[in-house]
Design a protein around this ligand. Structure first.
Ligand code: S3P
Length: 202
Protein backbone atom coordinates (compact mmCIF):
# COMPACT_ATOMS: atom_id res chain seq x y z
CA UNK A 1 0.00 0.00 0.00
CA UNK A 2 1.25 3.50 -0.79
CA UNK A 3 0.89 5.49 2.43
CA UNK A 4 0.48 9.16 3.01
CA UNK A 5 3.53 11.40 3.12
CA UNK A 6 3.20 13.86 5.99
CA UNK A 7 5.24 17.06 6.07
CA UNK A 8 5.72 18.59 9.47
CA UNK A 9 8.27 20.84 11.18
CA UNK A 10 8.75 24.32 12.58
CA UNK A 11 7.08 27.40 11.10
CA UNK A 12 8.62 28.72 7.87
CA UNK A 13 10.52 25.54 7.04
CA UNK A 14 8.54 25.33 3.78
CA UNK A 15 5.95 22.65 4.59
CA UNK A 16 3.02 23.97 2.52
CA UNK A 17 5.09 24.96 -0.51
CA UNK A 18 7.11 21.74 -0.53
CA UNK A 19 3.95 19.66 -0.03
CA UNK A 20 2.38 21.35 -3.06
CA UNK A 21 5.41 20.63 -5.24
CA UNK A 22 5.81 17.07 -3.91
CA UNK A 23 2.13 16.32 -4.55
CA UNK A 24 2.42 17.72 -8.06
CA UNK A 25 5.57 15.67 -8.75
CA UNK A 26 3.87 12.47 -7.57
CA UNK A 27 0.45 13.25 -9.05
CA UNK A 28 -1.01 12.77 -5.57
CA UNK A 29 -3.72 14.60 -3.69
CA UNK A 30 -2.60 17.49 -1.46
CA UNK A 31 -4.13 18.07 1.96
CA UNK A 32 -3.12 21.14 3.96
CA UNK A 33 -4.31 20.98 7.58
CA UNK A 34 -4.11 24.73 8.26
CA UNK A 35 -5.93 25.54 5.00
CA UNK A 36 -8.66 23.08 6.00
CA UNK A 37 -8.95 24.56 9.53
CA UNK A 38 -9.08 28.05 8.09
CA UNK A 39 -11.77 27.06 5.56
CA UNK A 40 -13.88 25.47 8.29
CA UNK A 41 -13.58 28.51 10.57
CA UNK A 42 -14.09 30.94 7.69
CA UNK A 43 -11.10 33.01 8.77
CA UNK A 44 -7.29 32.95 8.74
CA UNK A 45 -5.45 31.03 11.47
CA UNK A 46 -4.24 34.13 13.32
CA UNK A 47 -7.84 35.33 13.61
CA UNK A 48 -8.91 31.96 15.08
CA UNK A 49 -6.20 32.46 17.73
CA UNK A 50 -7.27 36.08 18.31
CA UNK A 51 -11.02 35.39 18.52
CA UNK A 52 -11.12 31.97 20.21
CA UNK A 53 -7.65 31.28 21.61
CA UNK A 54 -5.03 28.60 21.06
CA UNK A 55 -7.00 25.81 22.79
CA UNK A 56 -9.84 26.22 20.30
CA UNK A 57 -7.40 26.15 17.38
CA UNK A 58 -5.73 23.00 18.76
CA UNK A 59 -9.13 21.28 19.09
CA UNK A 60 -9.91 22.07 15.44
CA UNK A 61 -6.43 20.89 14.44
CA UNK A 62 -6.92 17.59 16.31
CA UNK A 63 -10.24 16.93 14.63
CA UNK A 64 -8.95 17.76 11.11
CA UNK A 65 -5.90 15.52 11.62
CA UNK A 66 -8.05 12.67 12.95
CA UNK A 67 -10.24 12.89 9.85
CA UNK A 68 -7.40 13.19 7.36
CA UNK A 69 -5.32 10.41 8.84
CA UNK A 70 -8.21 7.98 9.08
CA UNK A 71 -9.30 8.58 5.47
CA UNK A 72 -9.24 5.10 3.94
CA UNK A 73 -11.14 5.99 0.77
CA UNK A 74 -10.09 4.18 -2.35
CA UNK A 75 -9.52 5.36 -5.89
CA UNK A 76 -12.64 4.90 -8.00
CA UNK A 77 -10.58 3.73 -11.01
CA UNK A 78 -7.98 1.34 -9.55
CA UNK A 79 -9.44 0.50 -6.13
CA UNK A 80 -6.18 1.19 -4.29
CA UNK A 81 -6.07 3.44 -1.20
CA UNK A 82 -5.77 7.03 -2.37
CA UNK A 83 -2.27 8.34 -1.63
CA UNK A 84 -1.83 11.91 -0.41
CA UNK A 85 0.73 14.45 0.65
CA UNK A 86 -0.30 16.14 3.90
CA UNK A 87 1.10 19.43 5.23
CA UNK A 88 0.54 20.02 8.95
CA UNK A 89 0.87 23.21 10.96
CA UNK A 90 4.10 23.60 12.91
CA UNK A 91 2.67 22.60 16.29
CA UNK A 92 0.49 19.69 15.20
CA UNK A 93 2.91 16.87 15.84
CA UNK A 94 3.63 18.04 19.39
CA UNK A 95 0.23 16.65 20.39
CA UNK A 96 0.67 12.90 21.12
CA UNK A 97 -2.76 12.06 19.67
CA UNK A 98 -1.94 13.84 16.40
CA UNK A 99 1.49 12.22 16.27
CA UNK A 100 0.08 8.70 16.74
CA UNK A 101 -2.66 9.23 14.12
CA UNK A 102 -0.21 10.61 11.55
CA UNK A 103 2.46 7.97 12.22
CA UNK A 104 -0.11 5.22 11.69
CA UNK A 105 -1.27 6.67 8.39
CA UNK A 106 2.07 7.20 6.64
CA UNK A 107 5.64 8.44 6.73
CA UNK A 108 6.30 11.56 8.80
CA UNK A 109 8.86 13.86 7.21
CA UNK A 110 10.14 16.80 9.25
CA UNK A 111 11.39 19.90 7.45
CA UNK A 112 13.88 21.92 9.49
CA UNK A 113 15.78 25.18 9.06
CA UNK A 114 18.31 27.17 11.06
CA UNK A 115 16.80 29.72 13.47
CA UNK A 116 18.36 32.65 11.57
CA UNK A 117 16.82 31.39 8.31
CA UNK A 118 13.41 31.04 9.97
CA UNK A 119 13.68 34.56 11.42
CA UNK A 120 14.51 35.93 7.97
CA UNK A 121 11.68 34.05 6.25
CA UNK A 122 9.04 35.23 8.69
CA UNK A 123 10.28 38.80 9.08
CA UNK A 124 7.54 40.25 6.86
CA UNK A 125 4.72 38.26 8.43
CA UNK A 126 5.22 37.94 12.18
CA UNK A 127 1.65 39.16 12.82
CA UNK A 128 0.27 36.11 11.01
CA UNK A 129 2.24 33.79 13.36
CA UNK A 130 0.44 33.89 16.69
CA UNK A 131 2.83 31.40 18.33
CA UNK A 132 5.71 33.83 17.82
CA UNK A 133 3.95 36.83 19.34
CA UNK A 134 4.53 35.68 22.89
CA UNK A 135 4.55 38.19 25.72
CA UNK A 136 6.46 40.70 23.64
CA UNK A 137 9.54 38.45 23.53
CA UNK A 138 11.99 39.29 20.69
CA UNK A 139 11.19 37.02 17.73
CA UNK A 140 14.62 35.36 17.54
CA UNK A 141 14.47 34.50 21.23
CA UNK A 142 10.95 33.12 20.86
CA UNK A 143 12.00 30.96 17.88
CA UNK A 144 14.88 29.51 19.93
CA UNK A 145 12.58 28.87 22.92
CA UNK A 146 9.87 27.15 20.86
CA UNK A 147 12.42 25.08 18.90
CA UNK A 148 13.92 23.86 22.16
CA UNK A 149 10.45 22.99 23.53
CA UNK A 150 9.56 21.06 20.37
CA UNK A 151 12.90 19.45 19.66
CA UNK A 152 11.87 15.99 20.89
CA UNK A 153 8.54 16.04 19.08
CA UNK A 154 10.18 16.84 15.74
CA UNK A 155 12.89 14.22 16.36
CA UNK A 156 10.21 11.49 16.19
CA UNK A 157 9.84 12.00 12.41
CA UNK A 158 11.08 9.14 10.25
CA UNK A 159 12.99 11.51 7.95
CA UNK A 160 14.34 15.05 8.50
CA UNK A 161 15.37 17.38 5.70
CA UNK A 162 17.10 20.72 6.34
CA UNK A 163 15.64 23.34 3.98
CA UNK A 164 17.96 26.20 5.00
CA UNK A 165 20.13 26.13 1.88
CA UNK A 166 17.90 24.20 -0.54
CA UNK A 167 15.47 25.36 -3.21
CA UNK A 168 11.97 23.86 -3.17
CA UNK A 169 12.87 21.39 -5.95
CA UNK A 170 16.03 20.38 -4.09
CA UNK A 171 13.96 19.70 -0.97
CA UNK A 172 11.56 17.53 -3.00
CA UNK A 173 14.54 15.64 -4.45
CA UNK A 174 16.05 15.19 -0.97
CA UNK A 175 12.73 13.79 0.31
CA UNK A 176 12.51 11.32 -2.57
CA UNK A 177 16.16 10.28 -2.07
CA UNK A 178 15.61 9.75 1.66
CA UNK A 179 12.46 7.74 0.95
CA UNK A 180 14.34 5.59 -1.57
CA UNK A 181 16.91 4.76 1.12
CA UNK A 182 14.53 4.16 4.01
CA UNK A 183 11.41 2.88 2.22
CA UNK A 184 12.46 1.37 -1.13
CA UNK A 185 9.11 -0.34 -1.60
CA UNK A 186 7.27 2.98 -1.45
CA UNK A 187 9.55 4.52 -4.05
CA UNK A 188 9.20 1.49 -6.34
CA UNK A 189 5.45 2.16 -6.35
CA UNK A 190 5.88 5.83 -7.36
CA UNK A 191 5.40 7.09 -10.91
CA UNK A 192 8.73 6.76 -12.77
CA UNK A 193 8.85 10.53 -13.39
CA UNK A 194 8.86 11.22 -9.64
CA UNK A 195 12.17 9.72 -8.68
CA UNK A 196 15.16 9.21 -10.89
CA UNK A 197 18.30 9.38 -8.75
CA UNK A 198 20.63 9.06 -11.74
CA UNK A 199 18.96 11.43 -14.18
CA UNK A 200 18.40 15.16 -14.37
CA UNK A 201 15.80 16.64 -12.05
CA UNK A 202 13.18 19.12 -13.20
C1 S3P B 1 1.69 26.88 14.50
C2 S3P B 1 2.11 26.94 13.20
C3 S3P B 1 1.26 27.47 12.13
C4 S3P B 1 -0.22 27.33 12.49
C5 S3P B 1 -0.48 27.94 13.82
C6 S3P B 1 0.32 27.26 14.93
C7 S3P B 1 2.63 26.37 15.53
O1 S3P B 1 1.50 26.76 10.91
O2 S3P B 1 -0.60 25.99 12.50
O3 S3P B 1 -0.18 29.31 13.75
O4 S3P B 1 2.18 26.06 16.65
O5 S3P B 1 3.83 26.22 15.21
P1 S3P B 1 2.84 26.95 10.04
O6 S3P B 1 3.89 26.07 10.65
O7 S3P B 1 2.46 26.49 8.66
O8 S3P B 1 3.22 28.39 10.08
Amino acid sequence: MVPKLILTGFMATGKSTVARHLARRLGWRLLDCDAEISARAGKPIHQIFRDSGEAHFRAMERSVIAEISSDRRRCAQCGHPRPAVIATGGGAIVDPQNYAALRDSGVIICLSARPDVIARRISAGVKARPMLAHGGMPVKQRIAELMEERHEAYARAAITIDTSERTVDQVVDAILDALADAYPTIVQALPSTAHNPHGPRK
